[in-house]
Design a protein. Structure first.
Length: 133
């Protein structure tokens, strides 16, 4: 529908509700770059899917996890997925929580990999924006 969804929240906001003690296993992306709220996590996030939800975990070589617990975002808490941009490329902004806690902006290839694994079936997914060719 073309509406903009502002970036809100942070990893810490998500951690208060969705922290888990288990890191992502069998990730669809390692050392991924994404944005949570206004903060960009560049080349340091593992992204995985499982029946319970979307797993995110920070891991920086030599520096660890920056005190950020791994997250398990239940599919039922991903309430919307709208087109966005990240690093000048197509992306999807996921709105997490009711009421919204934070947004997670994923590069389009990672979002497509999540869809390919049969996830996000219940979340309203807006079509990608049309691009001029």
């Amino acid at each position: 529908d073309g509406r903009e969804v502002p970036s809100i929240g942070s990893w810490s906001d998500l951690q208060r509700r969705f922290a888990t003690d288990r890191p992502a296993t069998d990730p669809i992306a390692r050392a991924a770059s994404l944005r949570i709220g206004a903060t960009t996590w560049k080349n340091c996030v593992s992204v995985a899917t499982e029946a319970a939800g979307l797993r995110l975990a920070v891991k920086v070589p030599l520096l660890g996890d920056f005190g950020k617990a791994p997250l398990l975002l239940p599919w039922s808490e991903i309430v919307e997925a709208v087109p966005a941009h990240l690093f000048r490329g197509p992306a999807r902004r996921l709105v997490i929580g009711r009421p919204p806690v934070a947004t997670v902006t994923l590069p389009e290839p990672i979002f497509e990999a999540i869809l390919a694994r049969g996830r996000l079936a219940a979340a309203p997914v807006a079509p990608p924006p049309l691009t001029a060719r």
